[in-house]
Design a protein around this ligand. Structure first.
Ligand SMILES: [Zn+2]
Length: 307
């Protein structure tokens, strides 16, 4: 399996258009030892010909142009064989609208995510201009499914319900009717023949023993790197919710990710979905050093990982 990280930041990117936090303003002035990042986007393949996108970032147009492997090979074409939606979060589905140019597209999603994305937003009719333009493949939040390219099975995905709520834009009356386990999924993605296993958990609100065990079986884990501290966002926006209320375990502290996952031995551990306020983005910070010394890496746009 090959994993390309096209974007590694949380929603808003780094820097974020309306943010004058220490990280964003120093990055703009060229005074921060850090690199800019686009909003999270991961693509995977096993044959370098057919690629699957994990969600669809608002930065997808630019990310595809920056990635020669994803360019069309003939007049109207794409090596993108499908998109897997793990949530209905705006920052993870907006990119679908950028893929609307009458190009057939296969979308794997739970019924709940399909309902909120497609039926609640008339914009998404642009993905249904003719029969078969968007080919939604319903997935069960608790049953494995297969990613297919040109009719052939390519990767096996096992969803892991992560138990957070539906995005804030979903009307509460609708959100309350939908099954909670379909709201946010992690994924264990395996190559056929057991040649490589990726754990994808860009939004994780709770680290359970079961989750740790699943991650220990992986070769690479891409894990929620959103915030260092629970109250980090409140310093920029006093009315903001805490990291945990937003469904993100922070990295620091006795119950943070570094402590809770200190026992992981097998996988290569990479933080992704990093918010622009997170001090780990600054390579000269104590927090960055602590992350690296704990055996974690901090994802950057353009990384190419081969299992
Ligand atoms: Zn900022």
């Amino acid at each position: 399996m090959r994993i390309k990280i096209l974007g590694s930041a949380a929603g808003g990117g780094f820097p974020q258009w309306n943010c004058g936090c220490s990280n964003c303003s120093r990055l703009r002035r060229g005074e921060l030892n850090a690199v800019p990042r686009s909003q999270i986007q991961v693509s995977i393949t096993t044959d370098d010909q057919h690629w699957f996108l994990l969600n669809a970032s608002p930065d997808l147009r630019y990310q595809i142009e920056a990635t020669p492997e994803l360019h069309p090979r003939k007049l109207r074409d794409t090596p993108v064989a499908g998109v897997v939606l793990t949530t209905g979060d705006l920052d993870q589905v907006l990119g679908l609208l950028l893929m609307r140019e009458l190009q057939p597209i296969r979308i794997y999603a739970t019924e709940a995510v399909r309902t909120i994305v497609q039926h609640e937003n008339a914009f998404f009719n642009m993905l249904a201009q003719y029969d078969g333009q968007s080919r939604w493949k319903p997935i069960d939040a608790t049953a494995p499914f297969t990613l297919e390219a040109d009719g052939a099975p390519m990767l096996r995905c096992s969803p892991v319900p992560l138990g957070s709520g539906y995005p804030a834009w979903v009307p509460p009356a609708l959100a309350n009717r939908l099954p909670r386990e379909e709201a946010v999924l992690g994924l264990i993605i395996e190559e056929r023949g057991g040649k490589g296993k990726l754990g994808y958990f860009p939004a994780c609100g709770k680290i359970t023993p079961e989750l740790v065990e699943l991650m220990e079986g992986c070769d690479v884990v891409l894990f929620d790197g959103t915030f260092w501290e629970d109250r980090e966002l409140q310093r920029a926006e006093p009315s903001a919710r805490t990291a945990r209320q937003m469904g993100h375990v922070p990295q620091g502290g006795p119950e943070g990710t570094l402590a809770m996952l200190a026992g992981l031995r097998r996988p290569r551990k990479i933080l992704i979905h990093i918010n622009n306020t997170n001090p780990i983005l600054d390579r000269d910070s104590a927090e960055h050093r602590q992350v690296i010394e704990s055996g974690w890496e901090i994802a950057e746009d353009g990384w190419d990982i081969r299992l």
